[in-house]
Design a protein around this ligand. Structure first.
Ligand SMILES: [Zn+2]
Length: 321
């Protein structure tokens, strides 16, 4: 490890369902090299770890320097103090129980830290993106809705690893959630929900949320309505969270944030009609790192070793992205 923090170089790796992306990052957030490979999600944990290791080695080749440490953002429930995957969706074969942090550290002979990908997204935005500040809620609107919480400059995992889990807060209607409950924020605000609600409202075949966004921009009232519902629900959930713990800022990421122009009007209307009781206005902003947020957040995990939060005991429960 380099003694001088300003010359520290770290690698961030984002292990997603289809792609494993990596970046070699300098202490100031400058990206020195990038590489990516297909994630062998059906071939087991060892194959996925090997792919991540090869992505890091490709980064060395491209940049001509090696990393001092590796941070990983991984889909699934991650035991962040050991880097073991505690639970994952069925698309990841042989991932649950895999000691990712330990295996990668052995393979690369480097310190490795692993976080859930939603936590990594928020760390990226707080380090180098839209959410620079010490108290911020991150909301990731993707296939599902994930959340993460930084307070007093530290990522909060909670006693059960479920802090920030805003996608599964109730009170947003009668639709069935992916978790089996009813009326959760995710049923209105995930990309999957936006696509499904539009198809149901119009009797059209199911299309991706980005196509629904194009229809909304073209003036389709049913498409505009599903984005308005999503924006309102996200803002209400954020106001509730912010009111409880006195947060000034929410940063929103995930694929659906590409349709921020369609979400923002309902978000702003809701913030105006239901502001936090503190009288301090809540800001809800789109992330600026976009598709890079998880990979940069993974790098941020190990970029400033003194700010890495001390281990808590429980894994976080979140695979919403
Ligand atoms: Zn749910």
């Amino acid at each position: 490890m380099s003694a001088d923090a300003s010359s520290r170089v770290v690698a961030g790796v984002d292990i997603g369902g289809t792609k494993t992306a990596g970046a070699l990052v300098a202490a100031d957030g400058t990206v020195l090299a990038r590489a990516s490979r297909e994630t062998p999600a059906r071939d087991g944990g060892a194959a996925m770890a090997e792919t991540a290791a090869r992505v890091v080695e490709e980064l060395y080749g491209r940049a001509g320097v090696r990393a001092d440490a590796v941070g990983v953002g991984a889909a699934g429930v991650v035991e962040h103090d050991t880097g073991t995957i505690r639970a994952a969706s069925a698309t990841f074969v042989g991932w649950t129980g895999f000691p990712l942090g330990e295996r990668l550290a052995e393979r690369l002979s480097l310190p490795v830290q692993v976080e859930n990908d939603v936590n990594a997204f928020l760390l990226g935005e707080t380090a180098w993106g839209a959410a620079r500040g010490s108290d911020v809620l991150g909301v990731m609107l993707g296939t599902g809705v994930g959340g993460a919480l930084v307070m007093d400059g530290r990522l909060r995992h909670g006693p059960h690893g479920a802090a920030g889990e805003i996608g599964h807060t109730p009170g947003y209607g009668e639709l069935r959630c992916t978790c089996g409950r009813t009326g959760h924020l995710e049923t209105l605000a995930s990309g999957t929900s936006i696509a499904r609600r539009y198809a149901e409202a119009t009797d059209r075949p199911l299309e991706p949320a980005r196509i629904v966004a194009q229809r909304a921009r073209g003036g389709d009232p049913a498409a505009r309505a599903v984005f308005a519902d999503a924006g309102q629900a996200v803002a209400l959930a954020c106001v509730s969270a912010a009111t409880l713990v006195d947060l000034p800022l929410v940063v929103v990421g995930g694929g659906v944030v590409e349709a921020w122009d369609l979400l923002a009007p309902a978000v702003q209307t809701t913030l105006a009609s239901d502001p936090p009781v503190s009288g301090v206005p809540l800001r809800i902003v789109p992330g600026t790192l976009r598709a890079d947020a998880v990979v940069l957040g993974a790098a941020a995990l190990v970029a400033h070793p003194v700010s890495v939060p001390p281990a808590e005991s429980e894994p976080r429960r979140d695979d919403a992205s």
